[in-house]
Design a protein around this ligand. Structure first.
Ligand code: AMP
Length: 394
C-alpha cells in the first residue's frame, strides 16, 4: 500500500511517499517558497535528485506539480497506486486524542481549534484541501502533534490560573511533538526488549524546537511544552519557561506592545538570545570551541533546563528505564548529550564517552553500569503518519 505523509506549512509542503507496511521510502522532498515566483521543488527518489525553481502560486499548484512529477520521473506508473494520505496537523485541542480519517466534521474541528495554533492549523488545512482536490477518492488521515499528550491528568495539564480560563478559552497544557515522542518511546521499548506497556521512558526531542516527554506504559503523562510550543526548555530561538512578569516589565521598559515582546520570546530568545550569535547548534558549538562565553552560557542553560525536566520526570515516573535523545540536536550533538548527562550523576546515569560520539543511529550510548540506559533514537514522524494512515484506512 503506497501512502503519502504530508506536512504542509504556510509556504511549504514536505512529503514522503512510503510503501507500507514495508516502510520503505519511495520518494521524499519539499516544495518551498510557495506563493513566490522562485519556489523550489525538490525530490529524492531511487538515489536520484530532481530540483526545479519555478513560480508556484498555491499549495494546490504545488500538489499538482508533485503528482505530475511522480509520473514523469517514473516513481509511480499511475496515481491510482496511492491508497492513503496522512497529514500532520499541529493542534487537535481536546477534540482529537488519536489520528482520524478526514471528513467535513474533522475539517471543521481542525478549524475550530485554529485559534490555538493560528500559524500552523490553517496551513495544515491548506495542504489537506489541496490533496483533497487533486485526489478526491483517496482516503486522508489527520495525525495530530497534540494527540499523544491527551492522556495527561489534570494535575499535569492544568495551570494554576483561574479555572474559568480553561472552561471558556481552553487554557491548559496541550504539549507538542507527540508523534515523535510516541515513535521514539515505542522504539525505546523495542531496544529494551520490552513492550511499551512495560516501560517508563523519558524522551528528549531536541531540535530547533524542543520538548521532553515522560512516557509511562506507552502513554504520555507529562511534557514540557505547554499551551503553546514556547514553554519548556530553551530552544533555538524560543525562551522556554520564564517568569511571565518579565513580559509586562520589558513591554514597559522598551515601550513595546505585548505582541512585540512575545515575538522576542519566540524569535529572539533561546540559543540566539543568550549567545547573540546564532540559533543553530552547530554555530554555537564552534563558538564554544573558541571559548565564546555567551555561547557557552547558551548551551549550558539549555542542558540545565533539560536535566531539570529529566529529574522531575524521574520522580513523576517513579523510576525510569531509558532516557532517549532524538531530533537534530539530540541525534547529532554529542556535546549537548554529554552536558545533560553530566548533570544526572545523582541518578547514577553514565554516558559511554566513545559510544556517545555516534550520530543519527539507533544505539545505546550509556555504559553497562549506568542505572538508566541512555538511547540515541533518530525520530521518524513520517513513518508514524504512514502507519496511522494504514491503520485507519485499511
Ligand atoms: P531539527 O529542528 O530537529 O531539524 O534540528 C535542528 C537543529 O539540529 C539545529 O540547531 C542544528 O544545528 C542541529 N544539528 C543538526 N545537525 C547537527 C550536528 N551535526 N551537530 C550539531 N547540531 C546539529
Amino acid at each position: 500500500m503506497i501512502v503519502f505523509a504530508v506536512n504542509a506549512g504556510s509556504s511549504s509542503l514536505k512529503f514522503q511517499l512510503l510503501d507500507m507496511p514495508k516502510e520503505t521510502v519511495l520518494a521524499s522532498g519539499v516544495v518551498e517558497r510557495i506563493g513566490f515566483d522562485d519556489a523550489i521543488f525538490s525530490i529524492k527518489y531511487n538515489d536520484q535528485r530532481h530540483k526545479e525553481i519555478k513560480k508556484i502560486k498555491t499549495h494546490k499548484v504545488a500538489v499538482s506539480l508533485l503528482l505530475e512529477r511522480l509520473i514523469s520521473l517514473e516513481i509511480l506508473g499511475n496515481l491510482d497506486e496511492i491508497e492513503g494520505i496522512g497529514h500532520r496537523v499541529v493542534h487537535g485541542g481536546e477534540l482529537f486524542s488519536d489520528s482520524v480519517i478526514i471528513d467535513q466534521n474533522v475539517i471543521d474541528g481542525i478549524e475550530s481549534v485554529s485559534d490555538l495554533a493560528p500559524l500552523h492549523n490553517p496551513a495544515n488545512l491548506t495542504g489537506i484541501l489541496a490533496f483533497q482536490e487533486a485526489l478526491p477518492n483517496v482516503p486522508a488521515v489527520a495525525v495530530f502533534d497534540t494527540a499523544f499528550h491527551q492522556t495527561m491528568e489534570p494535575t499535569e495539564y492544568m495551570y494554576s490560573l483561574p479555572y474559568e480560563w480553561y472552561e471558556k478559552y481552553g487554557v491548559r497544557k496541550y504539549g507538542f511533538h507527540g508523534t515523535s515522542h510516541k515513535y521514539v518511546s515505542q522504539r525505546a521499548a523495542k531496544m529494551l526488549g520490552k513492550t511499551p506497556e512495560e516501560t517508563k521512558v523519558i524522551v528528549c526531542h531536541i531540535g530547533n524546537g524542543a520538548s521532553l516527554c515522560a512516557v509511562k506504559e506507552g502513554k504520555s503523562i507529562d511534557t514540557s511544552m505547554g499551551f503553546t510550543p514556547l514553554a519548556g526548555i530553551a530552544m533555538g530561538t524560543r525562551s522556554g519557561d520564564i517568569d511571565p512578569a518579565i513580559v509586562q516589565y520589558i513591554s514597559k521598559k522598551e515601550d513595546k506592545s505585548l505582541d512585540q515582546v512575545m515575538e522576542e520570546l519566540n524569535k529572539r530568545s533561546g540559543y540566539l538570545g543568550l549567545s547573540e550569535l546564532s540559533s543553530d547548534s552547530r554555530d554555537l558549538w564552534q563558538a564554544v570551541e573558541r571559548g565564546d562565553k555567551k555561547s557557552i552560557l547558551a548551551v549550558e542553560k539549555q542542558a540545565k533546563m533539560i536535566a531539570d525536566y529529566i529529574g522531575a520526570y524521574y520522580l513523576l515516573l517513579e523510576g525510569c528505564d531509558a532516557i532517549c535523545f532524538t531530533a537534530g540536536i539530540g541525534e547529532n550533538a554529542s556535546e549537548t548529550r554529554k552536558l545533560v548527562v553530566d548533570r544526572l550523576k545523582a541518578l547514577g546515569v553514565q554516558l559511554d564517552i566513545k559510544k556517545n560520539l555516534v550520530r543519527g543511529k539507533e544505539t545505546v550510548i550509556s555504559t553497562d553500569e549506568s542505572n538508566i540506559d541512555v538511547l540515541l533514537i533518530p525520530t521518524n514522524e513520517e513513518v508514524m503518519i504512514a502507519r496511522d494512515t494504514v491503520r485507519l484506512t485499511k
